[in-house]
Each structure stands twice: as C-alpha cells, then as structure tokens.
Design a protein around this ligand. Structure first.
Ligand SMILES: [Cu+2]
Length: 372
C-alpha cells in the first residue's frame, strides 16, 4: 500500500476544496461583515450542548425577540469502538457520534465557535444545511489544527437540519462517514403544530444520528485497526467506493441505545424523535407504534403527515417524528431495512412504563398445542 504523508493529504484536501468551490474569499468577507450589523443589539445566550440522544435545555415556544445563540464545538479526532469487533478512527464535533444537536427558534442567530485543537491532524469546517450561503458556512470555517473560527448565521427556516464537516473533495464523504455530522432543530417561534394547525407539544425529545461506517477487513475477515485518521484514509475510501457499509448504527455504536442506555418514556407521553442521516437514505419505523406526526423532509413549515407506519429520510436530511405512546413495554425504533437494523446495527430500544390497555391489545389465548 502506498504511504501518503499527512502533509500530502492536507495539500490534496486544500486543492480539491478549491476545485470544488472555485470560490473567492473576499466576497464572503463582505457578506460576513453585513451580518454583524443585522444581529447587533440582540440578547445573547449560551447554549450548553449535550451528548445525544439528549437535547440541550430549550423552550418549545420562543420567549421574546430573536436571540443570538452561542454554541461551541471542539473537533476531536479519536478512536471509537463501534461494535465488539471493530474500531474506527472517528472525526467528531465535541467527541460524540452523532455530534450534539442544537435547538434554536426561527429568526434566532446561531453563533458557533469552531475549535480545531493542535492535537488533531486534519483541516475541518462545518456546513449547516439550515444556513444560507457560503456552502452552508463551509467556506468561512476552514480551521487547521491549532486554529478556531466564529461563524454566525440566521436560522431563517423552521425544521430539523443536518450539519456536517465538508473540507473538500474526498475529505467530504470521508469526514462525514467518520462521524463528523450532527443536527440542528429550528423550532417555529410559536412552537410545533399538528396537521390541523393546532399547537402540539412534546414531553420528551431524543436525537438519533444514524451513521454508516466503512471499516476495512484483513484477509482473514477481521476488522483492521489504524493509528490515525490519515493512516485509515486510503483503505477506508476503498470500502466507501463499494457503497457497502460494514456498520449502520444509531448514536455511534451497535447497541448504543439499548440496555442501560435505551431511550425511556411513559405511556401517555408524546415523544419527539429527531433522526438524521448525513450520507445515506433511511426508513425509520417504530415497532408497535406509529409516526403520529411526521415532518417529512424535516420542514416545520409544512403540515406534518399523520399515522405513518414507516417514513423516509433522504440521505443528507434530518426528519422529526412525534409519537404518543399508548402502551407500556419494549418498543424497537429501527431502520426498516431490516438487514441494516439487525445485521448492521441500526436499531434502538424505547422502554415505556405504564399500564397495559387490554382494549388496544389482548392475548386471547397463549401459544399452545393446536386444538389444546
Ligand atoms: Cu472534518
């Protein structure tokens, strides 16, 4: 295998960025300066981001005028275990796969400080699908190890949106399938509405980030291990070209949202599931439940679809679904490509407490001998 140095990779990434974008930096400087005047004088709040599946503290209905919401992402290149037998040299925002979800309201400004510590090897940046212009901010946020930058954008569209690293060329899919993606929820200022336009609120919300990984194997079938994101690149891109992921998981690892870390709810509660897939399509389904309200494509400006059995996430999208649990027990939330769910890992558990409703379901006769 041909060895490539870190410097060669950084140079290659920089060249491909220029080739893909062909953009002039000067134009963006002017645009950025203009934005500074628009958000001046607004109240500033710091949003403390938390590890998924949890959401940061937020109001469902905005209080007062639009704000500048300050968030901070620190990029960490680090090894993570994604199954009993495989590790990945992951690239992360704040150390988790997926990256933390941000929650703001429409017309708020998001002011992100993006930090690339000098302990990392690669250049990174961020493309917010919720933002307008400059490749979603990617052109304005390229940070080499040892650098930080601040980006501010106005959240003009209500919905759930993916954000991800997009440093150019092959580095775009490589960083995304190494874990460098997350989501932002931009709530309508007056909160969510049901299919009839009536206000609807959630009792809990969870963020599920679905991630496809492409881990190379040795000749004997074992997964290969690498010491850095640079060392893993050539082999991993080889697997990526097959379009056949070795793993498709929720929240960074097979079983990450099962057992002790299963999602929890009570019968009678409305739960909002925000599900992102930054690279591939997915088709979520809640076994034993329904997509009561599904904001297809992630837009809160459109009426939600109702009572869906399975819904769709086009790759590069986040989608929100609300379900009111009406029975207790174990519910499985999965990608209803059942091969991906069961063999590759795309499944989560929801443990629901409450009292069983016999009217909705009853075991009339226990399984036993035929005619017995
Ligand atoms: Cu990156």
């Amino acid at each position: 295998m041909k060895k490539t140095t870190r410097r060669q990779f950084i140079k290659a990434a920089a060249l491909t960025t220029a080739a893909v974008t062909g953009a002039s930096e000067r134009w963006y400087v002017a645009a950025n300066a203009h934005a500074a005047t628009e958000s001046g004088g607004l109240k500033r709040v710091v949003q403390k981001l938390v590890k998924p599946p949890f959401l940061p503290e937020h109001d469902q209905v905005a209080r007062g005028k639009p704000k500048v919401v300050q968030v901070r992402l620190v990029i960490k290149e680090k090894e993570i275990a994604i199954s009993d037998d495989a590790t990945v040299q992951a690239m992360t925002f704040n150390g988790s796969v997926p990256a933390p979800i941000m929650v703001v309201h429409q017309d708020d400004y998001v002011e992100l400080t993006l930090v690339n510590p000098k302990t990392n090897m690669l250049m990174h940046n961020i493309d917010f699908h919720a933002a307008s212009g400059a490749l979603g901010g990617a052109e304005l946020t390229k940070v080499n190890p040892g650098q930080e930058t601040v980006l501010r954008f106005k959240a003009t569209r209500a919905g759930v949106f993916v954000y991800h690293c997009a440093p150019g060329g092959v580095m775009i899919p490589y960083h995304v399938v190494s874990g460098m993606n997350g989501a932002i929820m931009v709530l309508p200022r007056d909160g969510l509405k049901d299919a009839n336009g009536r206000p609807v609120r959630y009792d809990r919300a969870y963020y599920i980030g679905e991630q496809d990984f492409y881990v190379p194997r040795k000749k004997n079938g074992e997964y290969k291990k690498y010491n850095s994101v640079v060392e893993a690149l050539a082999d991993t891109v080889g697997v990526m070209r097959t379009l056949l992921p070795s793993h498709v998981v929720f929240n960074g690892a097979v079983g990450a949202l099962t057992g002790k870390t299963a999602l929890k709810a009570r019968a009678g509660e409305r739960v909002l599931f925000i599900h992102s897939q930054a690279n591939r399509d997915s088709r979520p389904h809640l076994i034993g439940g329904h997509g009561d309200l599904v904001w297809n494509g992630g837009s809160f400006s459109d009426r939600p679809a109702t009572n869906l059995e399975t819904w769709f996430i086009p790759g590069g999208t986040a989608v929100a679904m609300m379900h009111k649990f009406v029975q207790p027990g174990l519910f499985v939330y999965l990608n209803h490509n059942l091969i991906e769910a069961v063999l590759l890992g795309a499944a989560a558990h929801v443990i629901v407490e409450g009292t069983w409703d016999n009217d909705l379901m009853t075991q009339v006769k226990k399984p036993g001998a035929i005619g017995g």
